[in-house]
Design a binder for this molecule. Structure first.
Ligand code: SF4
Ligand code: MG
Length: 313
């Protein structure tokens, strides 16, 4: 039974200028305690919207988010605050998510002191310990974000999230801005912290290589719908959904010195006007007549494996 559950149906996320976007459509996803659930999708797939809803930064206009079995919207007072602190987000770009005028010590210590997780007297030891745990030298506690490298800023963002003792971390493209060698170090840190603190992760990325490195299970999102959900090993060895298969058709690009995935035929359609039936049909090499009108249900194709494709019957 999922303990941390995000059950989200027919969601509408409200973006910056209060413009309403139908970002997610009947997404029903349960994150299991202690797992790393990878969430993969192209831009416009709704993966960041889902991450923001799960972490409580945005709220859904329909559907519900359950935390430890309880509807999060119905919690109040101390229970609500505990549920909010329990799920923390680590952002894509630490430079824009870290206040440039705050010292690192304040960035990391502000929330735990405010929420009474640590008292003023214990704050310094708490900070020193956290900085060590994320691989930062505590001697740099009085520095400002711009005095650190990209990889170090990522660690500051992680320390800030950890400081309120979360149970779950939502990592949204948290290593996307980093060089490949630094990416590996930060991914290893995430996995070390998982072991040390018993953390659960929703790990959002457009990069299958990154997700393969960390995820226990992987959900593939396409234009606001989950099209495949499977243990990572199975998904990478035997992708079922034609979209997943296309994503995995990897072509190495030697000139760039890093992984590149073969672009899928056709443009990703606008999430505002997704194609009817199976959203993937205009780009799918196996599309049949019914794909243009009938939405394929996400259903079990093997134990613990879900896929949404008419080819499965
Ligand atoms: Fe392709 Fe049809 Fe399957 Fe969609 S439902 S992925 S269009 S075969
Ligand atoms: Mg995004």
């Amino acid at each position: 039974e999922p303990d941390l559950a995000a059950k989200l149906a027919g969601l509408v996320g409200a973006g910056p200028k209060r413009e309403v976007v139908h970002a997610l459509d009947h997404v029903d996803l349960a994150v299991r305690p202690g797992e790393v659930l990878g969430l993969v999708g192209e831009s416009g797939s709704g993966k960041s919207t889902l991450g923001r809803i799960v972490s409580g930064i945005w709220s859904q206009s329909e559907g519900l988010v359950r935390f430890e079995g309880r509807d999060r919207a119905k919690l109040a007072g101390a229970e609500r605050r505990a549920a909010e602190l329990a799920v923390q987000m680590v952002f894509q770009d630490p430079m824009s998510s870290l206040n440039p005028r705050m010292r690192v010590e304040d960035i990391i210590s502000e929330a735990p002191v405010y929420h009474g997780i640590v008292d003023k007297a214990g704050a310094e030891d708490y900070l020193t310990d956290l900085m060590r745990k994320v691989g930062l030298d505590p001697a740099y506690a009085k520095r400002y974000p711009h005095q650190f490298s990209g990889g170090q800023r990522a660690r500051i963002g992680i320390a800030r999230a950890l400081a309120v003792k979360p149970k779950m971390i939502v990592a949204d493209e948290s290593v996307a801005a980093l060089d490949v060698s630094i990416q590996a170090q930060v991914l290893n840190l995430f996995m070390q912290l998982r072991a040390d603190f018993g953390l659960t992760y929703l790990f959002i990325s457009h990069d299958l290589g990154v997700v393969r490195h960390v995820a226990d299970r992987v959900a593939i999102l396409y234009l606001g719908r989950i099209v495949e959900l499977a243990p990572a090993e199975d998904l990478f060895a035997r992708p079922n959904h034609p979209y997943t298969q296309a994503l995995l058709a990897e072509v190495p690009r030697v000139d760039m010195g890093k992984r590149q995935f073969k672009p899928i035929e056709g443009e990703i359609p606008s999430p505002l006007h997704p194609p009817p039936g199976c959203h993937f049909h205009p780009r799918c090499p196996h599309a049949m007549a019914r794909c243009k009108t009938e939405v394929p249900a996400l259903r079990e194709i093997a134990p613990d494996r879900l896929s949404a494709c008419h080819l499965n019957g």
